[in-house]
Structures are given as C-alpha cells and as structure tokens.
Write a protein that binds this ligand. Structure first.
Ligand code: SF4
Length: 236
C-alpha cells in the first residue's frame, strides 16, 4: 500500500504556473535537520489515506486543477506509486510534478514517461549525507546515485527540471556548492533556498543561524562564475 498521508485539493504555490492538487506520502530515507515535514518521517498505519479515495478526489477536481504534485516524505521509496502516477497522467490527463531527493534514479527512470516536472532536492556534498542528514547510505552510493540521476535527467529534454538546495550552514558552504555543481544537470534550474529555523523539526536546527539574503546572493553570483552554470537562482 502506498502510504499516502496528506492531500490538499488546491495549491497555487507547489507547481509553478499551475493550479494543482498535492499528495503527500510518508516515510523518508533521510532526516534533514531543517525538514518542515518531520511528522512524515515514519509511516503511521492508522492515518493513511487510500489510493482509491485519492484517485476519486482527483477525478472530481479535474475541471478545477491543471496538475498534481507528489511530495513527501520521499515518493521514490514506493515502486507501486508508478502505477498511480500513470493513472493520474494517462486516465485523468493532469500534468504531474514529482518532488524527490534524487537518491533513487531507478524509480525516476520508471516514472519519467508520466512526469512533466522533476523537482530534485540536492542537499549537500555526498560525504555529508550520512553524517549530518541521517541517511543510511554511504558516500559512494550517494555520489553514484546522484550522478545517475543527473545523467538521466539530462536526457529528459522535454521536461522541466528544477534542483533545489536548502542553505543549512552545517552542510552548505560555497566550497560545498562548487563541489555539488557537477551533480546538477545542465538543463536544470538550480534554486538556492533560505534555511528557515522556525519550521525545522530538529532542536539543533531551530537554534542554527542561517545565511543572510546578502550572503546567499553573493554565493549564487560566485557559484555562477565558477560552475559555468547560469541558471542559478536565490529563492527566499
Ligand atoms: S529528504 Fe525531504 S522529506 Fe526527507 S527529511 Fe529531507 S527535507 Fe524532509
């Protein structure tokens, strides 16, 4: 069973340029200290929403929305989500955006035919995933999987590809961003996002001071120069 744990019939902010519904799955293979969806780390069997119910909701809403966003938690943990996404795309005819941490390239390949918009969170350099983000995979696997995801998405020339990085100081510095740049597809827009302490689940993150707007703008400008990547933006 896909652990759907949340649904909003309308969002104007989660799918750029579209009025969309948004579906949340619970369960995640990371524990980013700044995550604002900490309640979704574990699957709570008692509060799941059935796939059947959600499909009916989307059919009901298809005249009012243009698309659907799948987010989490981490959607790529669930192979069976591929069939659900396919039904949303092919039978209901809605555009589909997928949010993912990009660590499961095989899942992304499996669903790519039904995805219009990939939004991939690249968190930090591979060696910090296991130590600070609580992942259970090692540096080598993280690096290899992020590279596979990058190469695959570079082949998806008809899709919109967005990469996002939350600028949490313990895992992000300018040097780190420069190192991460080779894992970002050439056809992606890369958004540097401000870290928000107030909504973090971790007590450590709540007490961590984020970078200022000026510092982030400077980092983005510097990164553009050294990475030869022009599509880098600052998102508050
Ligand atoms: S990968 Fe996303 S959902 Fe999972 S802990 Fe990190 S920010 Fe939260």
């Amino acid at each position: 069973m896909i652990p759907f744990s949340g649904f909003r019939g309308t969002t104007l902010v989660d799918y750029p340029g579209k009025v969309a519904a948004i579906l949340f799955v619970s369960g995640c293979n990371l524990r980013c200290p700044y995550c604002h969806n900490g309640r979704l780390f574990q699957v709570d069997e008692n509060s799941l929403i059935s796939a059947h119910f959600l499909m009916d909701k989307l059919r009901e809403r298809k005249s009012f929305i243009d698309g659907v966003v799948f987010t989490g938690g981490e959607p790529s943990l669930y192979d069976e989500l591929a069939d659900f996404i396919s039904e949303v795309k092919s039978d209901i005819g809605l555009s589909v955006k997928l949010d993912s941490n990009g660590l499961n390239p095989e899942f992304l390949k499996k669903v790519a035919g039904d995805i219009d918009y990939f939004a991939i969170d690249i968190k930090t350099t591979p060696h910090l995933y296991a130590t600070i983000l609580g992942g259970e995979i090692d540096e080598k696997t993280v690096g290899e999987n992020l590279m596979k995801t990058k190469l695959f998405l570079e082949s998806q020339t008809d899709k919109t590809i967005e990469y996002r990085t939350t600028l949490y100081p313990p895992v992000i510095s300018l040097d780190g961003l420069e190192e991460m740049a080779h894992l970002v597809p050439r056809n992606a827009r890369w958004y540097l996002q401000k870290f928000v302490a107030e909504t973090a689940w971790s007590e450590t993150a709540k007490k961590t001071l984020g970078y200022s707007n000026k510092q982030i703008q400077d980092m983005a400008e510097q990164l553009k120069k050294v990475s030869e990547k022009s599509e880098i933006f600052f998102r508050v």
